[in-house]
Design a protein around this ligand. Structure first.
Ligand code: ADP
Ligand code: 5GP
Length: 204
């Protein structure tokens, strides 16, 4: 059976990854979000098992020792990781999976699964990024400063990604993400595994 695709989305915090991932999944079938494990506290409105699996540092460390993670990283004093079995089982069933992870995690995924498609999301400007973070109201002033300075260094990783999408107009950005997923599904080798019109390539 044909395997599913793995899409990785990274962006500076506050760019709109969470918002766009939700919109994408609502608008296209056959793709689901990978819920990460984290040691950070839940924010207002977040729930365990829906936004993240919120775990203790001890539990996270046990999972690292058991080699449970496809990738994991320390981000802003907390640990975040993607459980290997959750992702691989879906891909093996032919389903597409979407990861919202930082650049350290994206590099690890790229190393382990060469076919993963890496998408970098950009804010329209630094001032708009700061405004979105402030408007979200989840970070105090020192955390906000930290996220802004990390954003600038994360941007240097953009050349390691296959696609870049600017999240200015949310509808346009959603359409661009959708197009990337659709284009990936139309790649020749994948299309050929779904139909038998084309004769196999002869060697002589
Ligand atoms: P991230 O997951 O990248 O940290 P969020 O999805 O939490 O970012 O978005 C940060 C804030 O920006 C949220 O308040 C969200 O509603 C807002 N936002 C997301 N996309 C846009 C957009 N295109 N235009 C204006 N505001 C946006
Ligand atoms: P937040 O705390 O704002 O939800 O996420 C902070 C950062 O952690 C974001 O850049 C997000 O993409 C990243 N992140 C979330 N889950 C994972 C994960 O499983 N692995 C890695 N490496 N990063 C993650």
């Amino acid at each position: 059976m044909e395997q599913g695709n793995l899409f990785v989305i990274s962006a500076p915090s506050g760019t709109g990854k969470t918002t766009l991932c939700r919109r994408l999944i609502e608008r296209i079938s056959g793709i689901s979000f990978s819920i990460s494990y984290t040691t950070r506290n839940s924010r207002q409105g977040e729930s365990d098992g829906a936004d993240y699996y919120f775990v203790s540092r001890r539990k996270f460390q046990e999972m690292v020792s058991a080699d449970d993670f496809l990738e994991w990283a320390r981000v802003y004093d907390n640990f975040y990781g993607t459980r290997k079995s959750d992702v691989l089982s879906r891909i093996e069933r032919g389903e597409d999976v979407l990861l919202d992870i930082d650049v350290q995690g994206a590099r690890q995924v790229h190393e382990r699964l060469k076919g993963a498609i890496l998408i970098f999301l950009l804010p329209p400007s630094w001032s708009e990024l700061e405004a979105r973070l402030k408007n979200r109201g989840t970070e105090d002033t020192s955390k906000l400063k930290c996220r802004m300075s990390k954003a600038k260094s994360e941007l240097e990783a953009i050349y390691e990604y296959d696609f870049a999408v600017i999240n200015d107009d949310i509808s346009k950005a959603t359409e661009e993400l959708k197009s990337i997923v659709i284009a990936q599904r139309c790649k020749t080798p994948r299309t050929l595994t779904r139909q038998d019109l084309v004769p196999p390539l002869k060697s002589s």
